[in-house]
Design a protein around this ligand. Structure first.
Ligand code: CU
Length: 152
């Protein structure tokens, strides 16, 4: 009898734990960011995400090349930091709007803003604005233009 009631208690505890985490997931999207310690623009991109309601888990890495390889970032798409949402990569200074779009798309392995274009989130340099694209990597391994900046 004693053992039985103990088991019941544990089940209740597990159920409430599940309910709490489900509620948190609906409230805000969580992104894991991998960056090198010295990367200033990476930190500014993290601030951009947080300002847009994301929960960011920050990981300081000593070898970003191996992180990118592990997460399936094609070298042609590479930038500074690499983030992950729901197992999909976010490479470089991707605007929050496209990160939200990525979270809803299962046809993409990830998205990227290759290089570090001026005027992308976290790369603000005295009002300078480079033209850049947000590129999606499809499950088939091809590139797809997701968005273009500045917006036309
Ligand atoms: Cu950067």
């Amino acid at each position: 009898m004693k053992a039985k009631s103990h088991r019941k208690l544990r089940l209740v505890a597990l159920t409430s734990l599940f309910l709490v985490s489900a509620a948190q997931a609906a409230e805000s999207l969580t992104v894991d960011v991998h960056r090198s310690a010295s990367c200033g623009c990476c930190k500014k991109w993290v601030e951009h995400l947080e300002a847009n309601g994301f929960k960011v888990i920050d990981h300081v890495e000593s070898n970003m090349a191996s992180v990118k390889q592990r997460l399936g970032v094609a070298p042609r798409l590479a930038s500074c930091h690499t983030a992950v949402i729901d197992g999909k990569f976010i490479e470089g200074h991707v605007p929050a709007a496209q990160v939200i779009e990525l979270s809803k798309r299962s046809d993409l392995r990830g998205i990227a803003v290759p290089g570090m274009p001026a005027g992308s989130p976290g790369m603000e340099v005295g009002g300078k604005q480079d033209a850049y694209q947000v590129i999606g990597l499809t499950q088939a391994g091809t590139d797809q233009v997701i968005a273009e900046y500045p917006a036309k």
